[in-house]
Ligand binder design. Structure first.
Ligand code: KPL
Length: 300
């Protein structure tokens, strides 16, 4: 349980989720890593809160929480290598798979490396402007060590729950993201629109293929993937998926670490994935088009 009033935390990647975590931890005065100057953010939740995140200067940290996109993990951390001996734990809070393994391999080559932890969240946030983030939906964040350990767990960042089965949770989230994220990007729609007659057949077919792929690769998945995806799409109906947000903001998406990761593992194991392959192809074409989006839902 968290008791560390003096816990020191720095965040790498002050996008929507990074800013939301800084807001949750504001009493601990979290810092921002990888920046020379303090970073200012506004968090909109009932009322607007201003956050000033001082730049981390490389001194001792309990947690370095990485909220960058999956693809930016190593490029963002490598310049911090000279300071990593002062970091006890790194926590990756990102969508996707593949980056955890790559980071662990890199950490293993460092002279004194922090212990790698991984986290998954159902919190919803989006950027309204470069410095303004909206807290769109409350959720939970779970964390566990990437490599299992017999050592006692350290105090965890506030509001985060430690779980023994974090890898399973990451695979479950990967399965959900593998359906909702590429489809919302393809159709440029909010999550709930996937449940309408125009898109529901494609959603159901993709759930079936993702579920079969996970079974063939012997990866854990939710007991009823289709029912779970429908529940998540209903609960986040007015949200733009993180992939759609990236697309609309002309940022690189995480799809290489979601659909791309699944496709590469499936290919290595001769598992057939025609729908996901077609989707990947279509998205490559679609990404070149000018973004457009459904009009905002009433009252949002
Ligand atoms: O995790 C998400 C994301 O957008 O990345 C979902 C669950 C699809 C919610 O939007």
């Amino acid at each position: 349980m968290y008791t560390g009033a003096m816990m020191t935390i720095a965040i790498l990647g002050a996008g929507a989720i990074g800013t939301l975590m800084a807001y949750h931890w504001r009493q601990l005065h979290p810092m921002i890593a990888g920046a020379d100057q303090p970073v200012m953010r506004q968090l909109q939740h009932q009322r607007s809160t201003s956050l000033t995140l001082p730049a981390w200067q490389g001194h001792e940290l309990d947690w370095l929480v990485v909220c960058t996109k999956a693809s930016a993990t190593l490029p963002a951390l490598q310049p911090l290598a000279p300071h990593l001996a002062n970091v006890k734990h790194i926590a990756l809070l990102q969508n996707g798979m593949g980056q955890q393994h790559a980071l662990q391999q890199w950490l293993d080559q460092q002279p004194k490396a922090p212990q790698l932890w991984v986290a998954s969240t159902t919190e919803g946030a989006y950027r309204r402007s470069p410095s303004e983030v909206v807290y769109a939906g409350q959720g939970d964040t779970v964390i566990g060590p990437w490599r299992s350990t017999s050592e006692p767990w350290p105090p965890l960042p506030p509001r985060w729950q430690g779980v023994e089965d974090i890898q399973q949770r990451l695979f479950h989230k990967l399965a959900i993201n593998a359906v909702i994220n590429p489809l919302t990007a393809l159709h440029r729609c909010r999550n709930g629109k996937l449940l309408t007659p125009a898109h529901r057949p494609q959603l159901l077919a993709l759930c079936g293929e993702v579920s079969a792929t996970f079974a063939a690769l012997q990866w854990p998945q939710p007991a009823e993937l289709t029912a779970t995806v429908i529940k998540v799409a209903e609960a986040t109906a007015y949200n733009q998926s993180s992939t759609l947000q990236d697309l609309l903001a002309n940022r690189p998406t995480e799809l290489d670490y979601i659909t791309g990761f699944i496709l590469s593992q499936a290919q290595q194991n001769s598992v057939s994935t025609p729908l996901q392959q077609a989707l990947a192809q279509q998205l490559k074409l679609k990404l070149k088009l000018k973004p457009s989006i459904d009009p905002p839902a009433p009252g949002r």
